[in-house]
Write a protein of this length. Sequence first.
Length: 86
Amino acid sequence: MIITELTYDELATLMKQSAGVTVDPRELERSAESPFGTLGVDSLGLLGIVGELENRYGLALPTDAERSKTPAEFVGLVNSTLRTGV
């Protein structure tokens, strides 16, 4: 499977699988500027999400990905990486 864009649906799935946090994808998109902490995702959870994405799709994310403060920042960084391949 080739990923061309990380969606909030996919991020919600990753949050459940890697961080144990269940969030409705539509709510996640509406609160995309809220800090991950308010959604129940800590730094280790985000690291798990980054690792899962890297393993699942064979891409290396920048180290900034695991330091993202909000879902919007994370999705933007991942999608920028996918577009540029860097």
